[in-house]
Structures are given as structure tokens and as C-alpha cells.
Design a protein around this ligand. Structure first.
Ligand code: NAD
Length: 284
């Protein structure tokens, strides 16, 4: 009988958070406090939930979080000077600006203002460039979390055919670079890819970050493949679902991430990991 194994992101993220908790306690005993500054502009309800979850994770691990809640109409200049101020503070290790920002603020400019040494989201062009040429730097949290899911489930990456569907700056592109760093043979597919089913079927490891509910069915999946679903949506019954049609795909793949409880919980765990790693890096 076909056996599909579930990659348990909830358990793996809990394990990572507990490891970090121990590490942070040891740092504290030596007099080092890890501090993350979290900036939110406006009060978008989804953003508030994400920011709340990040604060909760900080609390659990023992990271001090500083909350900056700015009004929706905050001028860009004001936000940039707050970031510059935080860049200079030796007692602030990481800076996170919750996206999306209001329309009158240029996101790229904001991201580029964060010192790369405090760029715990890994979105700064220098962080992305460092990842591309194999130098140390912060890595975008969702793709970094997927590497942990694979490794901690004992799934080999080296030499495997990997297909990443989606080429966004925060998921698809860094994901492809990370899989390359782990010695996979990587194909990046996207909305203009021809014969997507055929391309996807090459994959030993298929990573899906498209933003289309349940688009990936078993016709896209090779027998025995590992399937990682990054998507988060609510279906017609308001139930959470991913970009992958889980029930359909589970019948053919060897490993699969559920939604919820797969990739989702890993993003915050890796953010916390980046915060801990930011200690000792000197801002320029
Ligand atoms: P995005 O919209 O920025 O990018 C989507 C990508 O998919 C694009 O590169 C596009 O070329 C490709 N695409 C779109 N339609 C396609 C099609 N029909 N065929 C092939 N490729 C197609 O999205 P994103 O920010 O990368 O996020 C993707 C999904 O992951 C979303 O559902 C988002 O909510 C979710 N997400 C989850 C987490 C997490 O923590 N689990 C984090 C980030 C994003």
C-alpha cells in the first residue's frame, strides 16, 4: 500500500524554538540580551496578527521585542529616520518592518535602509546578493524554514531534481538559490512556463509557492516525490488550504506538508533564529 509521510512543521518549528530558547538563556547568563525591533505602519488586521505572533514567539524564546506602532499616515521620511536610529543602537540586534506598507511609502527604499547586519527578514539587496554568491548573510525566513523541514525529516537534497513553482523575491527566488546551495539540480517554473505539468513531474522535490488555491493536483506530481506547499488560503468552506490539492496529491507523493501545520509555523521559527544569529554583528 502507498504510504505518504506528513512533514510536521508544527513539531519541527517547536523543536527549533526550544533549541533557541536554551541558547538565548545561555546568552542571557553571560549578560547578552537579544533584542528585536518590530515596526508596523497602520493597523491592517492581517499584519497585526502576524506582528502579534512574532511578539509571542519572542516572549517564548526570551528575545526582547520593541514595538513601534506608527499611524497609517506616517511620512516615509519619518519611517526611514526611525530605521536609521535603530541601525545605530547597539542594543537592537534585529529590525523588522512588517509588510505591506501603506502606498505612499516605497518598500524597496525602506528595505534598503535597514542595516544588512540587522536585516532579520533577509530582504535587503545585500542579503539577497550574499545568498546568490554563497557568502554569509540573512536568508529569507520561509525558504530557510523549508530547508529545515527537509533536513530534519531526513530527506536528502544533494543531487535531487528540485522544481520550484513561483519566482517571488521572498519565496521562489531565494528558495531556488538555497536548493542550489544544497546541491540540488534546480528548475524554477512560473506563470509563463510551458507544459507546467511536465516540468513539475521532473521533480524529486516539488516546492509550490504560486498563490493559487489547490492548483497543484496529482497530474503535476511524480510518484514518490516530496511536495512542499507554501500557499495559504481559505477555501469555499473557510477552511485553510494551500496551493496544493492535498487529498489528491497525498495519494502519489512520498512526503507532503499539510496546510496548516507545514511551512507556515517555520517562518516565525526562522525569524527567531535570524534574531539570535544577529547578535554580535556590528551595524555599519
Ligand atoms: P507571489 O504572488 O509574489 O508570487 C507567485 C508566483 O507564482 C509568481 O512568481 C508567478 O510567476 C507564479 N505563478 C502565478 N500563477 C502561476 C501559474 N498559474 N502557474 C505557474 N506559476 C504561477 O506569491 P508569494 O509571495 O511567493 O507567495 C506564494 C504563496 O505562498 C501565497 O499563497 C502566500 O500566501 C504564501 N506564503 C506563505 C508563507 C508562509 O509563511 N507559509 C510566506 C510567504 C508566502
Amino acid at each position: 500500500m502507498h504510504m505518504t509521510q506528513i512533514i510536521d512543521g508544527k513539531a519541527i518549528s517547536a523543536q527549533i524554538k526550544d533549541e533557541l530558547k536554551t541558547k538565548v538563556a545561555a546568552m542571557k547568563a553571560e549578560g547578552t540580551q537579544v533584542t528585536l525591533a518590530v515596526i508596523q505602519v497602520g493597523d491592517d488586521p492581517a499584519s497585526s496578527v502576524y506582528v502579534g505572533n512574532k511578539k509571542k514567539a519572542c516572549e517564548y524564546i526570551g528575545i526582547k521585542s520593541l514595538a513601534y506602532e506608527l499611524p497609517e499616515e506616517t511620512p516615509e521620511k519619518e519611517l526611514l529616520s526611525l530605521i536609521e536610529e535603530l541601525n545605530k543602537k547597539v542594543d537592537v540586534n534585529g529590525i523588522l518592518v512588517q509588510l505591506p506598507l501603506p502606498e505612499h511609502i516605497d518598500e524597496d527604499k525602506v528595505i534598503a535602509t535597514i542595516s544588512p547586519e540587522k536585516d532579520v527578514d533577509g530582504f535587503h539587496p545585500q542579503s539577497v546578493g550574499a545568498l546568490c554568491i554563497g557568502q554569509p548573510g540573512f536568508v529569507s525566513c520561509t525558504p530557510a524554514g523549508i530547508i529545515q523541514l527537509l533536513k530534519r525529516s531526513g530527506i536528502e537534497i544533494s543531487g535531487k531534481e528540485c522544481v520550484v513553482i513561483g519566482r517571488s523575491n521572498i519565496v521562489g527566488k531565494p528558495m531556488a538559490l538555497l536548493m542550489l546551495r544544497e546541491n540540488a539540480t534546480v528548475t524554477v517554473a512560473h506563470s509563463r512556463t510551458k507544459d507546467l505539468k511536465e516540468v513539475a513531474k521532473r521533480a524529486d522535490i516539488l516546492i509550490v509557492a504560486i498563490g493559487k488555491p489547490k492548483m497543484i493536483t496529482k497530474e503535476y506530481v511524480k510518484e514518490g516525490a516530496v511536495v512542499i506547499d507554501v500557499g495559504i488560503h481559505r477555501d469555499e468552506n473557510k477552511k485553510l488550504c494551500g496551493d496544493v490539492d492535498y487529498e489528491d496529491v497525498a495519494a502519489v507523493c512520498s512526503w507532503v506538508t499539510p496546510v496548516p501545520g507545514g511551512v507556515g509555523p517555520m517562518t516565525i521559527a526562522m525569524l527567531m533564529n535570524n534574531c539570535v544569529e544577529s547578535v554580535g554583528l556590528e551595524a555599519r
